[in-house]
Write a protein that binds this ligand. Structure first.
Ligand code: F6P
Length: 510
């Protein structure tokens, strides 16, 4: 993705913090589909590979506890970099130098067909759209949101193989360590860990939302339903399953009882005579890295907007069908036609290119961008929408410069952009800060409910009229700009606190 949700550096203060205290993340085995970084350059090359992108990496990067030879964070991820093999030993291990200190890292390598089936077919053309079904008929209502493609038997077997390989890699580790598995790409891994007798506590965190059971079931055929049940059963292998919001916890509980015969109890479910704790741990951001980046220069791309003295509306995200980009562009067009005067700058980063579920999305976005451009030009106002990866410093600079940060996720686990924007603007006087618009079904809207007058305005992203009205209001600052109250709330649950709370609860659950 763009660096939209990335946060590449941590401060010296972060590096000198002591692990294992109440507010500090404990050392754990992190099991994630993505490696901490992919090696894009050969060993010995002048070029330095940057840490990877994405919401998951942004959240986990600041929680690394330096490896001291015996203990510290140990990360297991898939090897997707062209030069990975040059950097690792014959078991895939290496020590990666990070801004938090050394990270012990193991890379698992898969053949291309296994990876296509696991990543492109099952994880991202089936589970990803399925997990975002938070309301009826998204494919019909949007015209571009893909229906989940039920996996073929061969593709499902590849998904299982990859999940087994991750579980096996954790089981092979010496000692007893908490194992923290991340996200929908590895939903079966907790179950495989349990079946194979993993000795430490098993935690799972779902970064995406969890869908409404009836909506999901209505959309799926027989094999899709079977795969969905396996997903739920896979997570139930954990001792603690964490979700972004309380709403996700409730939806999962309904699915676990209906699909897997689990019994709901206070704080979780009972299955196979075991309690599985279920709770919300809304993800946080690396606030220090946003603050550091916010000290940088105004991006050059804003120069052509500067002379206009117009309010700046910014849209930044991965170019994903869950982000509601076409609807937002339609609302921008409507606002221009309605006489609102503003400059719009949108940057959507290419993501998951070649994955079947994404085919066709770019054409829809381009058509909506063309419409909005026409409306802007008729009004003599500046409009730019580009598809590109921009670096972290520029992302933060744009968030800081914005008068309106305009997000529109149709469904989203959290959506880190509003959190980043609140921190990016925190050094400005309150009356100069932006208003943030968010899709009403993004995790950030429910987790920060009650902050509507503090600069975080939820809107139904499929209601173009409401989206356009919200934009016009936001330009005036009328709903209330980003307040110190919102900034403090984001600061209080930063990525380190999030991880510390999850890992502390995992200890307690066992
Ligand atoms: O939950 C969202 C997520 O899948 C994260 O795991 C990841 O950081 C991000 O989206 C980017 O996805 P990918 O790894 O497919 O590029």
């Amino acid at each position: 993705m763009s660096r939209t949700e990335a946060a590449p550096t941590a401060s010296p203060q972060a590096a000198s913090r002591r692990p294992g205290t109440e507010e500090e993340p404990r050392p754990a085995v992190i099991v994630a589909n993505r490696a901490f970084l992919d090696h894009h350059f050969p060993r010995g090359s002048e070029e330095k590979t940057q840490p990877g992108d994405g919401g998951l990496l942004a959240a986990l990067r600041p929680v690394i506890v330096p490896w001291d030879g015996e203990t510290g964070t140990l990360w297991i991820g898939a090897g997707r970099g062209r030069f990975d093999r040059e950097w690792v030993d014959d078991q895939g291990y290496e020590l990666i130098s990070t801004s938090n200190g050394a990270l012990r890292h193991r890379r698992l390598l898969f053949d291309e067909e296994t990876w296509r089936a696991h990543y492109a077919a099952v994880a991202n053309s089936f589970f990803w759209p399925l997990l975002h079904l938070l309301r009826e008929s998204l494919p019909e209502r949007t015209g571009y949101f893909p229906a989940p493609q039920s996996p073929s038997r061969a593709d499902w077997e590849a998904y299982e193989r990859v999940n087994r390989a991750f579980a096996q890699a954790a089981i092979e580790l010496p000692g007893v360590r908490p194992c923290w598995v991340h996200d929908y790409q590895l939903a079966l891994t907790p179950q495989f860990l349990r079946e194979r007798g993993y000795r430490g506590p098993i935690g799972f965190f779902l970064h995406t939302p969890f869908p409404v059971l009836e909506v999901a079931q209505r959309t799926l055929d027989g094999s899709g339903r079977e795969a969905f049940s396996r997903f739920v059963a896979g997570l139930l292998g954990a001792d603690l399953v964490g979700f972004q919001s309380e709403i996700d916890v409730r939806r999962f509980c309904v699915a676990a009882t209906a699909l897997c015969g689990a019994e709901a109890v206070q704080g979780g479910v009972v299955t196979d005579g075991r309690v599985v704790k279920l709770a919300a741990y809304p993800v946080g951001i690396d606030t220090e890295s946003v603050l550091q980046a916010a000290e940088g220069q105004r991006p050059a791309r804003l120069e052509k907007f500067a002379s206009e003295e117009l309010p700046l509306v910014v849209g930044l995200e991965r170019s994903d069908f869950t982000k509601g980009i076409p609807e937002r562009l339609n609302a921008v067009a409507q606002a221009y036609r309605g006489g609102a005067r503003f400059a719009y700058l949108g940057v959507a980063a290419p993501t998951r290119e070649g994955v079947p579920a994404y085919v066709g999305l770019e054409a829809v976005i381009s058509a909506a961008a063309d419409e909005a451009r026409l409306a802007a030009s008729a009004a003599g106002l500046p409009f730019v929408h580009t598809r590109e990866v921009i670096d972290w410093a520029e992302v933060v600079a744009l968030q800081r410069a914005a008068d309106v940060v305009y997000t529109s996720s149709i469904a989203d686990g959290m959506n880190l952009v509003p959190l980043q924007a609140a921190i990016a603007q925190s050094q400005l006087p309150e009356h100069e800060r932006a208003v943030i618009i968010t899709g009403r079904d993004a995790g950030v809207a429910s987790v920060f409910a009650g902050f509507e007058k503090d600069g975080l305005v939820p809107v139904d992203p499929l209601d173009i009229g409401a989206m356009s009205d919200a934009l016009t209001e936001a330009i005036s600052g009328r709903p209330g700009r980003i307040s110190d109250r919102l900034v403090s709330a984001v600061m209080a649950n930063d990525a380190r606190n999030w991880a510390a709370r999850f890992l502390g609860a995992l200890d307690a659950a066992c």
